[in-house]
Design a protein. Structure first.
Length: 368
C-alpha cells in the first residue's frame, strides 16, 4: 500500500470528495474563522452582531449582488438567501406556483427529483414529463411530454446520488422552468434568465450548510389563489431583501466569501473550464481501467458527482482503506446505492483528482 509520505507531498490537507457539506476554498475558511473572532476589526464576532445593523447589511447586499453578477441575471430575477436547504424548496416552490386544481410537470430522474415530486403533490396535480426509473436512474431524459397548460416544468439539473446531469437543458419546453441546482449551481455557464425559479442549498458549491439560494422571476409570483404563510411567500422576502426575519448570518457570510473567490477565479465561465478538466481526467482514467465500472451512461455523466463500482465487490472495502490512508475523504458511495462516489465541486483542486486517479491505477495494477 502506498506510504503516507505521498499525502504530505501532494497536499497538506485532506482530499475532500464529500458530497455535501463539502470542500470550500482555503481562503474562505481563513477569512470566516477571523470573522468569528473579530469581524472587520470591530472587536465583535460575526455571530453576535445584529443582522439589521450597518455591520451585516453590506454582507447580504454584496452576496445578492455577486449572485446577480456571476449568473448575469436580468432585472426581472430576484436573488434571495433563505433559511434551510433545497428540501424546503420542494414544498415552498409549489406552494407559491401551483394551484390546487392545476398541473405541474416534473421529471423523475432520481432520489432528489422524487422527493420534490412527493412534496408537490400536496399542493396540486403532478404529471411526470419524463422518467428514467427503468434505467435505474443511470440516464437522463432525451424526450419530454409537457402539457402546454402546465404551471411549470421542474427539473433536477444534477442528481447527486445517481451521478447524472442535464447537459441539454429543455429551455424550449413551452412553460416556466423550475430547477433544483443544488449540486451544480454556478459550476457551468447556463442561460439562467431562462429559468423562472432556481433553488440550491449552499453547502455544495457556494458556501456552508444552513442557507438556501433562491433566484426567482418576480413575474411568475402572486398567481395562486391559496393563502401562503408570511414566511413562505417569496414576495415578502423580495420586499424585505432577504431580511424578513433573522437570516443565517454566518452561512450568508460564507456564501459571500465563496462568491468573491469565484469572481476572483474568473467567474462561472472560468470555473467551468476547470471543472471540465477535472471531470475529463477522472472519467478518462475510469474508462481506461476495466477493474472499475461506471454505471451511468457516458452522455449523462455528472461533472460534479461521479459514481463508480468495482468488478469485484469484495475489494471495495480494501480500496476504501487505501483512500483513507492516502487522506481521501468522502469516497464511499451513498448508502442507497453503494460503490463509490467522488464530488468534484468548484473548490476541489485538480491535484485531488490527480491523486485519486493515480491511486486507482496503482490499486488496479496491484490487484490484477
Amino acid at each position: 500500500m502506498p506510504g503516507k509520505t505521498r499525502i504530505q507531498y501532494l497536499c497538506a490537507m485532506i482530499h475532500n470528495f464529500n458530497a455535501g457539506p463539502s470542500v470550500l476554498p482555503k481562503e474562505v475558511f481563513e477569512e470566516a474563522s477571523r470573522a468569528i473572532l473579530n469581524f472587520n476589526d470591530t472587536g465583535l464576532s460575526l455571530l453576535e452582531i445584529g443582522h439589521r445593523t450597518p455591520l451585516f447589511q453590506p454582507v447580504m447586499e454584496e452576496a445578492r449582488s455577486l449572485v446577480k453578477e456571476l449568473m448575469q441575471l436580468d432585472n426581472d430575477h430576484e436573488v434571495l438567501f433563505l433559511h434551510g436547504g433545497a428540501t424546503t424548496q420542494f414544498m415552498q416552490a409549489p406552494m407559491n406556483l401551483l394551484n390546487e386544481n392545476d398541473v405541474a410537470a416534473y421529471t423523475e430522474t432520481g432520489t432528489w427529483a422524487n422527493k420534490a415530486i412527493k412534496e408537490a403533490k400536496l399542493f396540486g396535480h403532478v404529471e411526470i414529463a419524463a422518467s428514467t426509473r427503468e434505467s435505474n436512474y443511470t440516464t437522463m431524459p432525451k424526450e419530454l411530454s409537457v402539457s402546454p397548460t402546465a404551471a411549470y416544468l421542474h427539473i433536477t439539473t444534477n442528481e447527486t446520488i445517481a451521478g447524472t446531469q442535464w447537459h441539454k437543458i429543455p429551455y424550449d419546453c413551452g412553460v416556466p422552468i423550475v430547477a433544483d441546482m443544488s449540486s451544480d449551481i454556478m459550476s457551468r455557464m447556463l442561460d439562467f434568465n431562462k429559468f423562472d425559479l432556481i433553488y440550491a442549498g449552499a453547502q455544495k458549491n457556494i458556501g456552508a450548510a444552513g442557507v438556501n439560494l433562491v433566484v426567482v422571476n418576480k413575474n411568475i409570483l402572486g398567481k395562486v389563489n391559496r393563502s401562503i404563510p408570511t414566511i413562505l411567500d417569496y414576495r415578502n422576502h423580495i420586499r424585505e431583501a432577504s431580511m424578513l426575519n433573522t437570516p443565517p448570518v454566518f452561512a450568508v457570510y460564507v456564501a459571500m466569501l465563496t462568491l468573491r473567490w469565484l469572481k476572483k477565479k474568473g467567474g462561472v465561465e472560468a470555473i467551468e473550464k476547470i471543472n471540465e478538466e477535472k471531470a475529463t481526467l477522472f472519467y478518462n482514467t475510469l474508462d481506461s481501467l476495466p477493474f472499475f465500472k461506471a454505471p451511468v451512461a457516458k452522455e449523462d455523466r455528472s461533472k460534479m458527482n461521479a459514481v463508480f463500482v468495482m468488478e469485484n465487490e469484495l475489494l471495495e472495502k480494501e480500496f476504501l482503506d487505501w483512500c483513507k490512508n492516502e487522506g481521501m475523504a468522502g469516497v464511499k458511495g451513498h448508502r442507497s446505492v453503494g460503490g463509490f462516489r467522488i464530488s468534484m465541486y468548484n473548490a476541489l483542486p485538480i491535484e485531488s483528482v490527480k491523486a485519486l486517479t493515480q491511486l486507482m491505477k496503482e490499486f488496479a495494477i496491484k490487484k490484477a
